[in-house]
Design a protein around this ligand. Structure first.
Ligand SMILES: [Zn+2]
Length: 709
């Protein structure tokens, strides 16, 4: 991340690495102009050496001289600079980009892998921590410190620390087999694009397809050696002339059917079948969980989350599914009726290749509000200031822009200014309005540019310890300024990104714990999206829009009717997306909690279809299990925890219900939220923080009400 000067700088900076370690967390203000790939590698080496020395000191602690400071805190701090360097690298890689940072990343991965494979004194460190965790002095520590110890121990156990050597070896073997299988799974999905294709030589088979699409498909065929200028052919595959539009537009059922099977061949057909890979991964995850003392992989994942157990998570998803069922069944009935009109006969089931086609022909589909109507009222600068005004008022803050400079190596940062990684970055300092304390700096890198990653996120760059300010960045790709003389307007989607990411930002900057390992980002993973999703609510509220939405030409406020139509459109769409998220969550949990009972030795498609039968649209043919093509749960961090999306939505909707009751601009409610949820960050379980704000445990009632269930 960091800013660093653009690419030229690296060449100019071929000086010796600095001895002051700009990639460490030592300075409150990062010195981006000193952060070069060369410097990074030197600092990573230094951080690994430092960690080794710190672990050696930790290993020498005896029960007689053990304290919280020289055991658990020392453990946390041992690799802190290594992690800080990786944070800065990640940031630079995704905001500055370019070959030099990719190469630096490769080198860092190699260096850290080497360091980790020989992490010194691991066994002795575990003994020291285990003894310290049950020492009598623990009971006299603060609640936050005791919580810190408990979470560290849970994390260590779940990672296999302290296992006897034979089990340790088996765990390594499982980890590496899962890694191999995951790579194969991803490769199968990537390669599927090149495996399935359909060549059409009679244009009447493509009746109804738009002209642009036809031209692209004809060109693709020519390039692949099919047809000629005189005797054209049309190529359909899953990449450049995709099969999906055929399902919507083509009037020929046979072609739609071929394309539906083609599109569903991803992760299913040919040599790219993901079924055996998925079943083997599930088997291995179950074995891993048992090795570590858990009944299931879902239990193992949930142990570090608010949910606590796989059973609790399943009960949560089942309850939402059950409560959504009547509305879902009503929707299916209406949908069948509508599709019957398109088909010209009464349908009790639908061919999956006909659904999109009949839906598109039916004028009753869609009818949503065009959010583009409010764009003229969203002037970029007014929106930003208006959003800051809301948070200033609600959380009792003062937010002020400070000068930002992008320096060349060797240049001095002017007094009062902040160094940034790119000239486009702006910095806003956030102060407590009551006593003027500088809580942190918020960096905004909001618009696209070459080399920058095409996504939006909020990331902590440096956590302040006791009495120090935090630093975090929002990196996004909002509608960029259009050039001189034209108004810079945001879309409603831009507003969504800003408010969502500012929810994270407020959590990061306002969190206040004496321990750096208890920052907002250390909160249970099924909680971290709650503050961001909560804050999204404001972009739908006429009362909030009235504070910053003014027409760029006339200066008139957003008309009341438009604001109300916008608010009404929020949950007006079909229930399908909500249901598909719940079904994926259910499948993910069942696979990882009841693997032996429900999946072992069975066909993946049949087992999944049986589980989800009550909530599946009545198709005329079986559809493949979606986990065949679902990286989230099979290879990335959401295995056994895909439900967390819905869970944080429940928490956010529930917490918002208090704001709705007491006023979305009610500063007293904002203060209560800041005190109960933002300030404590991860210094206590998030369920305690939630109860402190709501006075009770979370309830899905508010979410169900939003969806009209
Ligand atoms: Zn988020």
């Amino acid at each position: 991340m960091l800013c660093m000067l653009p690419l030229v700088a690296a060449e100019e900076a071929q000086t010796q690495p600095q001895q002051n370690h700009p990639f460490f967390r030592t300075d409150a203000q990062p010195r981006w102009s000193q952060m070069t790939p060369q410097q990074l590698l030197a600092d990573v080496d230094a951080a690994c050496e430092q960690a080794k020395a710190r672990f050696a000191a930790l290993a020498a602690v005896t029960p007689e001289n053990a304290t919280f400071r020289n055991t658990f805190l020392a453990y946390y701090e041992a690799e802190e600079n290594l992690q800080q360097a990786q944070t800065y690298l990640y940031h630079l890689l995704h905001t500055v980009g370019g070959e030099q940072w990719l190469k630096a990343q490769e080198a860092v991965i190699a260096k850290t892998a080497e360091y980790e494979s020989a992490r010194p004194h691991a066994e002795r460190v575990w003994q020291v921590l285990q003894a310290a965790a049950s020492a009598p002095w623990v009971s006299s520590l603060s609640e936050a410190e005791q919580y810190f110890i408990a979470r560290t121990m849970t994390r260590l156990r779940a990672s296999g620390t302290g296992l006897p050597p034979d089990k340790q070896a088996r765990k390594s073997a499982i980890d590496s087999e899962i890694k191999q299988l995951s790579m194969q799974y991803v490769a199968n999905l990537a390669n599927a694009n090149g495996v399935w294709q359909l060549v059409i030589t009679e244009p009447e088979q493509l009746a109804g397809m738009p002209e642009d699409w036809m031209n692209t498909a004809r060109q693709a065929a020519l390039e692949a050696g099919f047809g000629s200028e005189d005797k054209p052919a049309w190529l359909i595959n899953l990449s450049n002339s995709p099969a999906r539009p055929v399902l919507t537009h083509c009037t020929v059922e046979k072609t739609r059917k071929q394309c539906w099977y083609g599109a569903n061949s991803i992760g299913t057909a040919y040599a790219l079948d993901n079924e055996p890979i998925i079943l083997r991964i599930l088997e291995l995850r179950q074995e891993l969980a048992e090795l570590l003392g858990y009944a299931s992989f879902a239990d193992m994942q949930a142990a570090q989350l608010m949910m606590g157990s796989g059973e609790n998570a399943l009960a949560f998803v089942d309850e939402l599914l059950e409560k959504s069922r009547p509305a879902y069944e009503a929707w299916v009935a209406t949908e069948l009726e509508r599709l019957s009109v398109g088909a010209g006969r009464k349908l009790t089931s639908v061919n999956p290749w006909d659904e999109a086609f009949f839906s598109a022909k039916n004028p009753a589909a869609g009818g949503g509000f065009d959010a583009g109507k409010i764009t003229p009222y969203l002037q970029a600068e007014k929106v930003l200031r208006g959003m800051f005004d809301i948070w200033e008022h609600m959380y009792s803050l003062r937010i002020a822009e400070v000068p930002a400079v992008c320096l060349k190596p060797g240049e001095q940062c002017p007094q009062g200014a902040r160094e940034v990684w790119h000239p486009a970055v702006r910095v806003f300092a956030v102060y407590d309005a009551a006593d003027g304390t500088h809580l942190g700096d918020c960096c905004l890198d909001l618009y696209p540019r070459p080399g920058k990653r095409d996504m939006g996120w909020c990331m902590p760059l440096r956590f302040g310890g006791e009495g120090e300010a935090h630093l975090a960045a929002i990196v996004a790709n909002l509608t960029p300024p259009p050039g001189p003389g034209k108004p810079h307007l945001y879309s409603h989607g831009d507003l969504y990104v800003l408010f969502h990411e500012f929810g994270h930002m407020m959590h990061m900057l306002l969190g206040h714990s004496a321990l750096r390992g208890q920052s907002a980002m250390d909160a249970e993973r099924d909680f971290v999206e709650m503050p961001s999703q909560l804050q999204e609510n404001w972009i739908w509220q006429p009362e909030a829009l009235a504070t910053f939405a003014f027409h760029h030409e006339t200066g008139e406020p957003l008309p009341k009717e438009l604001a109300e139509q916008l608010a009404a459109s929020r949950f007006a769409g079909p229930i399908t997306f909500h249901m598909s998220m719940l079904c994926a969550a259910k499948l993910d949990l069942e696979m990882h909690h009841h693997y032996r009972e429900k999946f072992h030795g069975r066909s993946l498609d049949a087992a999944s279809a049986q589980l989800l039968a009550p909530w599946q649209f009545p198709y005329s043919v079986p559809t493949p299990c979606e986990m065949r093509n679902f990286i989230y749960c099979m290879t990335e961090g959401y295995s056994a925890s895909f439900y967390t999306y819905k869970w944080s939505e429940v928490l956010a909707a529930d917490a918002f219900s208090r704001f709705e009751r007491e006023g979305i601009l009610n500063a007293a409610t904002g203060a209560a939220y800041r005190k109960a949820i933002l300030n404590p960050a991860a210094s206590r379980p998030m369920s305690d923080s939630f109860r402190a704000f709501m006075g009770r445990n979370p309830s899905p009632a508010a979410l169900l009400k939003q969806y009209g269930l």
